[in-house]
Design a protein around this ligand. Structure first.
Ligand SMILES: Cc1ncc(COP(=O)(O)O)c(C=O)c1O
Length: 352
């Protein structure tokens, strides 16, 4: 067990109270917290409909399927992202068209327009590590937009919450996210028909009980997860403030090191520092191993999707490849103390 974990959650609100309500009532699978969490979360972000699901991966699978993406279609997406971005694209036999990242580690949106073809059905915008994707250039291109806001719950783009831009927007509540339900996710949309289809896909596409007209999934969230989600959502502003404070600590502590640090502010957003990501001159594996020996857990960046063995792509994404080789993130969990951040900075100085 590392002395300083990479991204642990913190439960300091009504989690236990709401969980015992579930257990006492017997509603542990389906139950009233699910609808409540859907309503409260969609209101917080500012969308009409919320569909709670079992993970962020499930939210993305359902979104791609609900938009009718099929064999022969193309979907533009970042290379530096989690595999969940493309799982369902690959499953249905559509083609993922990869875009390199820029200095913010997000998709380089200046490259997107030239990649649009008459086969392009959707763009997946994945807000990565804390700064949002520059959304404006992606809107109005005649495609669906799936917004993946898993890592930036509560972040804004030009003053509007991330997750308000996508035809469908996806969130994750995995244990390392800004608010957590252990495992869990949510799809948000303003489109009532799409919301209905997402609900059906989440629940095996029943027409009536045990009759099915489309291949769906059991991707339901439990009442117990939703109960924890409601309690976590009550604390979201303090959680965001804590992430930003950790960002400021590391900025101050690491400013003398020759490393790439996160950009704090752009003209469209202020970093929310879901994780404090860095690139150094040493390979990430070597730095992570060195930090582990110091009792500190760090994590590598995503491995580029265009290089994955399950992907057949000739895309050129040199920035993503470099970031994957040299990028890692430092302990950024909700319980991190200023003393621990000093220990992390001192260990990093030693390792580098
Ligand atoms: C950007 C992004 N999208 C989707 C996911 C997948 O979410 P989950 O782990 O809940 O399946 C993650 C990671 O957890 C992520 O970081």
């Amino acid at each position: 067990m590392p002395l300083i974990p990479v991204n642990e959650p913190l439960f300091t609100g009504n989690e236990q109270k709401y969980l015992s309500e579930c257990i006492q009532s017997g509603w542990v699978g389906n139950g009233p917290f699910i609808e409540r969490f859907e309503e409260e979360f969609s209101r917080y972000i500012g969308r009409k409909h919320g569909i709670a699901v079992s993970s962020g991966t499930a939210a993305l699978d359902i979104s791609v399927e609900a938009l009718g993406i099929k064999q022969g279609d193309e979907v533009i997406c970042p290379s530096l992202a989690i595999i969940s971005t493309i799982n369902q694209i690959l499953r249905v036999g559509a083609r993922a068209v990869f875009v390199d990242c820029d200095r913010t580690w997000n998709m380089d949106v200046s490259k997107v327009k030239d990649l649009i073809s008459d086969k392009t059905k959707a763009i997946i915008a994945v807000h990565t590590y804390g700064l949002p994707v520059d959304m404006d250039p992606l809107l109005g291109l005649g495609t669906f937009v799936i917004e993946d806001a898993a890592e930036v719950i509560g972040q804004t783009y030009k003053g509007k919450k991330c997750g308000t831009f996508g035809t469908l927007s996806c969130f994750s509540f995995y244990a390392n996210k800004i608010i957590t339900t252990g495992e869990g996710g949510m799809i948000l949309t303003d489109d009532e028909d799409l919301a209905k289809e997402c609900r059906r896909l989440r629940d095996l596409c029943h027409t009536e009980r045990f009759h099915h007209d489309r291949i769906g999934w059991n991707y339901r969230m439990t009442n117990m997860q939703a109960a924890v989600g409601c309690a976590q959502l009550e604390q979201i502003e303090e959680k965001i403030a804590k992430k930003r404070m950790i960002g400021r600590w590391y900025d101050a502590l690491l400013s003398h090191l020759d490393i790439k640090r996160p950009i704090g502010k752009t003209d469209y957003a202020e970093n929310i520092y879901w994780v404090y990501a860095i690139e150094t001159r040493l390979r990430a594996k070597q730095v992570i191993e060195g930090m582990r020996k110091e009792g500190i857990e760090c994590r590598p960046f995503f491995w580029p999707l265009h290089l994955q063995p399950i992907v057949d792509s000739a895309a050129s994404c040199p920035n993503a490849e470099h970031a994957a080789g040299y990028g890692l993130y430092l302990p950024s969990g909700m319980a991190l103390t200023i003393e621990q951040s000093c220990e992390v900075a001192e260990a990093l100085r030693k390792v580098l």
